[in-house]
Design a protein around this ligand. Sequence first.
Ligand code: FES
Ligand SMILES: [Fe+2]
Length: 377
Amino acid sequence: MKTDTMAVFGKATESFSAGAKTLPQRYFVAREIFAKEQEAIFSEQWVCVGHQSQIARAGDYFVREVAGESLIIVRDQKGTIGGFSNVCRHRGTRLCEEASGHAPAIQCPYHAWTYALDGRLIGAPHMESAVGFDKSQYSLGTVRTALWEGFVFVNLADDSAPLHSTFAALAGKFTHWNLPKLRSAQRIEYDVRANWKLIFENYSECYHCPGVHPMLSKVSPYDSAENDLCEGPFLGGFMSISKGASLTMSGNACALPVGEIQGEDHARVFYYSIFPNMLLSMHPDYVMVHQVWPTAPDRTRILCDWFFHPEAFGRADFHPKDAVEFWDVTNKQDWRVCELSQQGIASRAYQPGPYSPRESIPAAWDREYLRHLPHAL
Ligand code: FES
Ligand SMILES: [Fe+2]
């Protein structure tokens, strides 16, 4: 965004569509809608599963469940990141049980068929005497993977558009934030008893900040939001840091700047939602990323990482906990109101309510969501 940010940002209220209301109850409670979302959104869209630095060496892997499918995301000997079904080609057994790890190859715990890190079957005891058996026909099932700014995305659909065209609107926008090089200092996992859409709707406005986040509101005025992405799959903008150098418990910067932050951006936090499962929050000295994973209509698993400049680690001025604690407190305040919303929305008394002019982004997020579920109404 650099120093000309003000020229391209519009006030948060400008894109307000009069009459926008929250979604009907069934979108938050119905199993059928949850199943449709898994099929039409999480099985069709590029979804964020992590960052390349989290599998830095050949043989590093993690397992992620996407739309009910367990996937192994692994870096091979050539340094390429691949995605595979966590399903043995012999008798279908789950291969990796650990959430993450490091291994020279992927070996099935049942009869020890062994797969190279690029998915090829390289060992199948006693199968040499099986008539017509050809190892090359039994590689692991692959899933499409792609990188965006160092983040790893997967797509279960073979026929969807490539990631670079889906993300064309963001090309170059975040280059100066150095995202591909950053490293996570900490991950916290949250189990939130609320529908996943409430997490996005909550993230997309600061109308709730004065009451819900007294600590955040003191240092980042709730009415300072200015948005530059107001419609479509990528939404958001920035808010000001009015006191201190960053959003930390101490108010000080807690690490080296993450990128080439210029001008007024030193006093801004940029918040973007990347449909359908990523929240990207960029501070001068760290980047927080939430992965949002629906597990049931009323339950969401959230993986939150705090990323820093790779050279920040080990320095005397590196205090990641200062940032982690600030947002852990703030995250929990958000999850609490999301859970209260879920409880109220499940009531027979709930009816869609009017969005305020300060909730133009949640309304836009709902419109984008509905574009993917045109027949669910
Ligand atoms: S099921 Fe995997 S080796 Fe038999
Ligand atoms: Fe909040």
